[in-house]
Design a protein around this ligand. Structure first.
Ligand code: ZN
Ligand code: ZN
Length: 775
């Protein structure tokens, strides 16, 4: 179907507005006008053969941001290109990188220039390789080097590769430890491309930052100092995060010159249902149910639509429900909707993409995780079941719509949680300037230590190497030497252990061996649960749900990481109660807000699952509570906390009995809102609140990083404290429930079964804190 009046965003929305209460659901419609593109001539240094190749692919002239980034890189400046989806970031780095390769072809005995391309996923590297191949540059030796490569491919990449596409994991485990074999490739390295670099955040970002420092050091040993070119979605201060990632000064190019059609973004809030949740709280209709309805309406109108859903299961259920609803409208129409998720074979994925491109399919439901690997253009609309985590990801997903520069519609459907609810009622937080910076902390000693070991194994570390690894490097090598992992010799620090040092770093934070759920009698492996959550979900007596089947856990053996389970159908569910203690181990910074304080520092968090309740199915009535004997788990990490003296609370008329519930409610909402400021997931952080903390002697609310040594999220909360806590207050106050619900103060990860919680007093408490901030 060619773009026509029927695909104009307003008409698309009208087609959504068919149900009686849709006015209530559509909380905001933002229309971004179409924007003409700004083109510039090809830089005169770009190889004419390459210019011809790009012209052959339909690119007559580059956009201005592509030229600006290419010129910077060609002149030797490290550069980050941070522009919208489909703005052609790859041309920005391919112009200098491929020109260098083509112009410095090997002469007798000397290898030509090489380029290393890094992407967070294998699928993206494969797509990029296909794009480079499609250019048809004569004789270009481009290849991927990843976990799927054959021995022959690896040998070819190492010995002849000019443009090698890999990922940080392979760099860490294979290229760097084996650098001697890669010496000619690394010694000729002229460019390192770091694509989709906004994915390197949190603990993963800290690991990648250290891996890139190791790469720079090894290259330097072979006489190369490559120019780094990074590509990022639009985030706040891209030059700051790019510089932290590489350890180098990086220039940002952010002036997006690409043409774009009109983009409409609709914000959508599902209504409350008649059902009651925990403590009788109202519950909203699920985002996936709502998205299935919207997908149906759009497909009926022949609007090509992609729906992004968080989980595989969710994607399947959206597709299934839409198919059923469509078949009710018109038998057979359901067959034009499909699910698309991880686990499909590459050829099946390509077939689905092709079907969507040529219109055989009109609707598809995909998991967020596939956002990077999807090669789909030609969509009219994108639906999102829940905020995809960051503004960058949201615009990346919306950017999938807009066929051939035509108009595009995006609909963000809120899930029942504080952040989504806040966003659909505060559109300014999604529009305008990005508020979130890409957060990670390369100085985390828990991350740095293993990389210092790996670096020492690659080439012994010297005094001169240490500054590159950050201010904590000296203390790090001393501690590793004391622990017997490194050995000090006159010429530096050596790795003398028999293990592979790179095995010490768990760069994707898989968190140790999972606990296996084994069926009693048969010995069948039912599934696995990660270490962190086993105490709470797989303790003796727990009712465990796995793929729709119910099991009863008879024993949890933490030494062997096994839980013994049996099939059962009890008429109750279980809920573990966990006590959490937090101790301040060192305050590093503080802000005085009148009599209140906001602090940043180190904490030790101790968790212990102490008992569990049996709850009657449906009614949720507590049947009984049984104690458990499980060990404590200790986490040394970083936290942001705020305190208010008792006298100030009393003077403001806040009753002592209301304070525990108010602090607890404020803590939950603050955890829910931090991802808006600190590119984290609410599961990456935790909180503790108390009306009187022994270390501060005052009412204290802590929000801490859930990873050893911290990931930078608490620090970002501290830096953005005013805006963050103000948004927290608005999220609680703005929710239309009476006494607290999952959209404001209830949390799905609460260890205290969401009690006590006091929504109204939480707003008073935050008002008191924020008023003090101006004092
Ligand atoms: Zn609420
Ligand atoms: Zn809680």
């Amino acid at each position: 179907m060619p773009p026509s009046a029927a695909t104009a965003p307003r008409d698309l929305l009208r087609s959504l507005g068919t149900r009686p209460d849709d006015d209530e659901r559509l909380t905001h419609l933002e229309v971004l006008p179409a924007r003409p593109g700004r083109r510039e001539p090809w830089p005169d240094w770009v190889s004419p053969a390459l210019v011809d190749a790009w012209r052959g692919r339909g690119i007559e002239l580059p956009w201005c941001h592509q030229v600006e980034a290419a010129e910077a890189a060609w002149s030797g400046q490290h550069v980050v290109l941070s522009t919208g989806t489909a703005s052609g970031k790859s041309l920005g780095y391919l112009m200098p990188a491929l020109t260098e390769v083509v112009q410095s072809r090997p002469t007798a005995g000397r290898r030509g220039a090489t380029v290393l391309y890094l992407s967070p996923t294998k699928a993206l590297a494969q797509d990029q390789l296909n794009a480079v191949h499609a250019l048809g540059v004569p004789g270009l030796a481009a290849t991927t080097h990843d976990g799927d490569s054959t021995r022959e491919q690896r040998d070819f990449a190492r010995d002849h590769g000019e443009y090698v596409l890999t990922n940080p994991d392979m760099l860490h485990r294979s290229l760097l430890p084996g650098h001697a074999r890669w010496s000619r490739f690394l010694g000729s390295l002229s460019y390192v491309v770091v694509d989709e670099c906004h994915h390197y955040r949190g603990v993963f970002g800290a690991h990648v930052a250290q891996i890139l420092r190791r790469l720079r050091r090894v290259c330097a040993a072979y006489g190369a100092s490559p120019t780094f070119v990074l590509a990022s979605a639009t985030v706040a201060e891209p030059e700051v995060s790019a510089s932290r990632l590489t350890g180098l000064p990086v220039r940002a190019v952010t002036d997006d010159g690409s043409a774009r059609g009109r983009v409409s973004l609709a914000l959508w809030e599902p209504p409350f249902t008649a059902y009651a949740g925990e403590h009788g709280a109202p519950v909203r209709r699920s985002a996936t149910a709502e998205v299935a309805d919207l997908l149906t309406d759009l497909v009926v109108d022949r609007v090509r639509t992609l729906a992004f859903v968080r989980s595989r299961q969710g994607a399947e259920s959206v597709a299934m429900n839409a198919r059923r609803l469509l078949d009710e409208v018109q038998p057979g129409l359901g067959s034009r909707v499909a699910a698309y998720r991880g686990g499909y074979l590459p050829e099946d994925r390509r077939a689905l993409e092709q079907d969507l491109r040529d219109g055989r399919l009109l609707g598809m439901a995909a998991t967020n995780a596939l956002e990077l690997g999807i090669d789909i253009a030609g969509l009219d609309a994108v639906l999102m079941a829940g905020f995809p985590g960051t503004r960058a990801a949201l615009w990346q997903q919306v950017g999938r719509a807009g066929r051939g520069g035509g108009d595009a519609l995006g609909v963000l459907v809120a899930r029942d949680d504080p952040l989504d609810t806040y966003l659909v009622t505060h559109p300014e937080a999604l529009l305008g300037r990005p508020v979130e910076a890409n957060v990670f902390d390369p100085d985390n000693p828990y991350v740095l230590g293993p990389h210092l070991c790996a670096a020492a194994e690659e080439i012994p570390l010297t005094e001169d190497d240490l500054p590159m690894f950050g201010t904590g490097a000296r203390a790090g090598v001393d501690a590793l030497t004391a622990a017997g992992l490194l050995r000090r010799r006159p010429r530096g620090w050596y790795w003398t252990d028999r293990r592979r040092a790179s095995d010490l770093a768990d760069i994707r934070s898989t968190g140790g061996p999972p606990v296996r759920l084994v069926e009693t009698g048969t010995g069948r492996l039912v599934g696995t649960v990660d270490q962190g959550s086993a105490h709470g979900t797989a303790h003796a007596g727990a009712v465990y749900l796995h793929q729709g089947e119910t099991y009863l856990v008879s024993a949890l053996d933490l030494d062997d990481n096994v839980a013994v389970v049996e099939r059962a159908d009890p008429d109750y569910s279980t809920s573990a109660r966990e006590v959490t203690d937090i101790e301040i181990t060192g305050e590093s910074e503080r802000m005085e807000w009148g009599p209140a304080t906001v602090c940043l520092g180190g904490v030790r968090v101790t968790h212990q699952v102490v008992s569990f309740q049996r709850l009657r199915l449906r009614s949720g009535e507590v049947l009984d509570e049984e104690p458990l004997d499980l060990p404590e788990r200790v986490l040394d990490t970083r936290a942001v906390w705020w305190t208010i003296p008792s006298a100030v609370l009393a003077a403001a008329g806040l009753a002592t009995r209301d304070l525990p519930g108010a602090a607890h409610a404020a803590e939950h909402a603050a955890i829910g809102l931090l991802p808006l400021f600190a590119t984290c997931d609410r599961w990456d952080i935790g909180g503790v609140s108390t009306a009187l903390h022994p270390d501060t002697g005052e009412l204290t609310v802590f929000v801490y990083d859930g990873h050893p040594g911290g990931a930078g999220f608490a620090e970002r909360g501290f830096r953005a404290a005013q805006a963050w806590l103000r948004a927290t207050r608005e999220a609680i106050d703005g929710c239309r429930c009476a006494e607290g619900c999952p959209s404001c103060v209830q949390s799905p990860k609460c260890g205290n079964n969401n009690a006590p919680l006091d929504k109204a007093v939480a707003v008073d408490l935050l008002d008191l804190l924020l008023t003090s901030s101006h004092a």
